[in-house]
Design a protein around this ligand. Structure first.
Ligand SMILES: NC(=O)c1ccc[n+]([C@@H]2O[C@H](COP(=O)([O-])OP(=O)(O)OC[C@H]3O[C@@H](n4cnc5c(N)ncnc54)[C@H](O)[C@@H]3O)[C@@H](O)[C@H]2O)c1
Length: 365
């Protein structure tokens, strides 16, 4: 039997991994303890996404905390060498939350990852593992690049080598790093050591901004989803700091999962890849609002908040050429307008069906 284990299976990336991989494996084993609701309150709940993936016939859910080493070890022991692929997405994603509770953050992101890697080492050492790391591991280094301010965005100086294709894996690991950056970097480095020293077939994907219809966007995490969600509800969207000119490139979670699939077919253990939407899918907040209004004809009520968000860099655009060189079959299928449309349709539907009523009472740790 071919088994894929997806941690964080009720979250954005994990849920899309379950949907994409269910037809490619005999069984999908999901691990998620619903912690996103604990992190971000009812608006962060992933109960709706979990209910959706639980409708997939060959999906089996385990409400389990990745910090629980013995539970994870027992789970992996149950499936043993049938496990062919592990997609590890369970994590604490917010810089602000991590600043408040750094020890909990470290345990979820770093120790949780070590627990997963250790369970793989003991029970299914031939399995391929993909780790969802983050560009937060670089801290604020991208802000020390020469940047120029235009009417609508912060931009990497056109004379700089990173301008045309974005920031590649050669950018240095330095600068001021948030606690979430620290915990994710610890996980990222551990994964590389499990590959380099112990021979596990692990790939590290440093993700920029990943989103999609199923993202439970909240003010602290998931800006595109949060913007659309606010607009659909008619709520005022706070444009926090940098005059709304901060830039990110956006990748649809379904395209990220296809990166994982390509890596699974031909793993390159220990490799680190940038994963993002690239220059074509880069946008500032102001540009995103304008694009959304143009696409939907719906006005986005927003207000500027002068003080910038904790650890919010002015510009990050991802260069994915290393991955595309190693895996030429991969191309993102969804452009920025597709992404906005699918997120919009999701929140309109959730609003109409009352799913987005924020009163979910799922128990959380
Ligand atoms: N979405 C992005 O823009 C982005 C960018 C960079 C990195 N990442 C990383 O990718 C991964 C997936 O991101 P996402 O956007 O799908 O996040 P998400 O919050 O939507 O999903 C993560 C899931 O993990 C679960 N979880 C959290 N702590 C857990 C624990 N201790 N035990 C079990 N389950 C737990 C949550 O309940 C949630 O369902 C995360 O590790 C995140 O740090 C995401």
């Amino acid at each position: 039997m071919d088994v894929v284990v997806v941690t964080g299976s009720a979250g954005l990336v994990g849920g899309e991994a379950v949907r994409a991989l269910a037809s490619r494996f005999d069984l999908v084993v999901g691990v998620d303890n619903g912690m996103r609701r604990y992190l971000f309150g009812p608006a962060g709940s992933v109960a709706d996404n979990l209910a959706d993936v639980e409708r997939i016939p060959n999906y089996r859910h385990h409400r389990m905390d990745v910090r629980d080493e013995s539970a994870l070890t027992a789970l992996f022991g149950e499936y043993g060498s049938d496990v062919r692929l592990v997609v590890h997405t369970a994590g604490q994603p917010s810089d602000e939350w991590a600043a408040d509770r750094p020890v909990v953050d470290l345990k979820v992101n770093a120790v949780g990852t070590m627990n997963v890697l250790e369970a793989v080492r003991r029970h299914c050492p031939s399995a391929v593992v993909v780790l969802t790391s983050t560009t937060k591991v670089y801290g604020d280094v991208s802000d020390s690049l020469p940047l120029v301010e235009t009417d609508t965005r912060w931009e990497i100086d056109p004379a700089h080598p990173f301008h045309e294709h974005g920031i590649d894996e050669s950018i240095r690991l330095g600068g001021n790093r948030t606690f979430a950056g620290v915990s994710k970097l610890a996980a990222d480095l551990a994964a590389q050591s499990y590959a380099g020293l112990l021979g596990l077939r692990v790939g590290v994907f440093r993700c920029g901004s990943v989103t999609g219809a199923r993202h439970a966007g909240v003010e602290q995490n998931g800006f595109l989803s949060h913007l659309v969600r606010s607009a659909v509800r008619g709520a005022t969207f706070p444009v926090i700091g940098h005059g709304g000119k901060q830039v990110r490139d956006v990748l649809d979670a379904r395209d990220l999962v296809e990166m994982f699939w390509q890596f699974y077919l031909e793993p390159r253990p220990g490799e680190v890849y940038h994963a993002g939407g690239g220059r074509e899918r880069s946008t500032s907040i102001l540009e995103l609002i304008a694009r959304y209004e143009h696409l939907t004809g719906q006005e986005v009520p927003f207000e500027h908040v002068p003080e910038h968000r904790f650890a919010d860099v002015r510009c990050w655009i991802t260069d994915t050429r290393k991955f595309r060189h190693d895996y030429p079959a991969w191309q993102p299928a969804h452009d920025l307008s597709d992404i906005l449309r699918s997120v919009h349709e999701h929140w309109v539907d959730a609003d109409m069906t009352g799913v987005d009523d924020l009163s979910d009472s799922t128990a959380t740790p």
